[in-house]
Write a protein that binds this ligand. Structure first.
Ligand SMILES: [Zn+2]
Length: 93
């Protein structure tokens, strides 16, 4: 249960209350408006996140590919080292 601020006396009031218990200010309609504005805000954030993901996706993938190259070189080095090591062991037997 969320609390809203009374515009008359700034008291914290339950959003389900139709009037402020302190000063009697009626804000039933305003509480609904605030809830709608909060909903719009959440949707705006979601849309912004999607836009950011799409605009930065290409650069992100390029960075990811560049970051993979050193890891691939290291893995290839380990693979060739182990292959050579076992080839050396086999040659000794
Ligand atoms: Zn009040």
């Amino acid at each position: 249960m969320a609390l809203i601020k009374c515009p008359e006396c700034s008291a914290q009031v339950s959003e389900q209350a139709s009037a402020c218990p302190k000063c009697g200010y009626s804000f039933g309609a305003m509480a609904v408006k605030v809830a709608d504005e909060e909903k719009d805000e959440i949707q705006g954030v979601v849309v912004t996140d999607i836009n950011m993901t799409f605009s930065s996706m290409v650069s992100f993938m390029i960075k990811w590919a560049l970051a993979t190259i050193p890891a691939a070189i290291i893995l290839a080095g380990i693979f060739f080292f182990l292959t050579g090591f076992f080839a050396w062991l086999m040659a000794r037997m």
